[in-house]
Ligand binder design. Structure first.
Ligand code: C5P
Length: 208
C-alpha cells in the first residue's frame, strides 16, 4: 500500500507535531524534510567558514546520507537560517529530490512535511494539507521553545518566511488542492484531530 501525506507551511506552524502524530495514527513513516536542508546548510556554513558556496552546497547535498539527519545542532535558529539560504539553490533542491520522492512512495505510507511537498516533490500526493498560523502565534511558540528576545525570534521567522516564499525555485505556496489548516487558535490535540480527519477522508476516498 502506498499513500502520501504532504504537509506544507511556514516555520513553527505545527507541521512537525502534526506530521509525527498523523504518521503514528496511521502507522506511516514520517520525514521532516527541513532536516535535509538544515544538514546541508550547517555543513556548507562550516566548510565555508560562515559563507555559503553554491557549488559546494550542491556537492554536500549530493553526498548527504540519512544518518546526517541525526547530527546535533540542526534545530538551532542559525541552522534554520542556513537551511533557508541553501534551500534557494536549485542544485541543492535537485540533489534532494530523489530521496524525498522515494521516501514518499515507500510501501506502507508516508508523511512528509516541508514547503514544497504538495507542489513539487509529490504533486500527486493522496492527501495535502497547508498548515499555517499567524506570525505572532508562531513566534510565541518558537520563543517559548528557544528563549532569547521575542522581537528577534519574530524578525528571524519573518525573514525566513520571506526567503522561502519569494525564491524562484519551489517557493513555499499552498498547492491548489491542499486543505488549509490554521492552527492559530487550535490546541495541539484539536489541530491533530483535524489533520487526522482529513487524511482519513482522503484515505477512504482513494482506497474505496
Ligand atoms: O521546516 P524547517 O524549519 O526545519 O525548514 C528549514 C528550512 O528548510 C526552511 O526555512 C526552508 O528554507 C527549507 N525547506 C525547504 N523545503 C522543504 C523543507 C524545508 O525549502 N521541503
Amino acid at each position: 500500500m502506498r499513500f502520501t501525506v504532504a504537509l506544507d507551511g511556514p516555520a513553527a506552524a505545527g507541521k512537525g507535531t502534526i506530521g509525527r502524530a498523523v504518521a503514528a495514527h496511521f502507522g506511516f513513516a514520517h520525514l521532516d524534510t527541513g532536516l535535509l536542508y538544515r544538514a546541508v546548510g550547517v555543513q556548507a556554513m562550516q566548510d565555508g567558514r560562515g559563507v555559503i558556496d553554491p557549488d559546494w552546497a550542491g556537492e554536500i547535498a549530493r553526498r548527504l546520507k540519512p544518518e546526517d539527519l541525526g547530527r546535533e545542532g540542526l534545530r538551532t535558529r542559525i541552522a534554520g537560517q542556513a537551511a533557508s539560504k541553501v534551500a534557494a539553490l536549485p542544485e541543492v533542491r535537485q540533489a534532494l529530490l530523489a530521496f524525498q520522492r522515494d521516501f514518499a512512495r515507500r510501501e506502507g505510507g508516508a508523511v512528509l512535511d516541508g514547503r514544497d511537498i504538495g507542489t513539487v516533490i509529490c504533486p500527486a500526493a493522496e492527501a495535502k494539507l497547508f498548515v499555517t498560523a499567524s506570525d505572532e502565534v508562531r513566534a510565541q511558540r518558537r520563543w517559548k521553545e528557544e528563549g532569547g528576545e521575542y522581537a528577534a525570534v519574530l524578525a528571524d521567522l519573518r525573514a525566513r518566511d520571506r526567503r522561502d516564499a519569494e525564491r524562484t525555485d519551489a517557493p513555499m505556496v499552498a498547492a491548489a488542492d491542499a486543505v488549509l489548516l490554521d492552527t492559530s487558535d487550535l490546541s495541539i490535540d484539536a489541530a491533530v484531530a483535524e489533520a487526522v480527519a482529513h487524511v482519513q477522508s482522503r484515505f477512504d476516498a482513494v482506497r474505496g
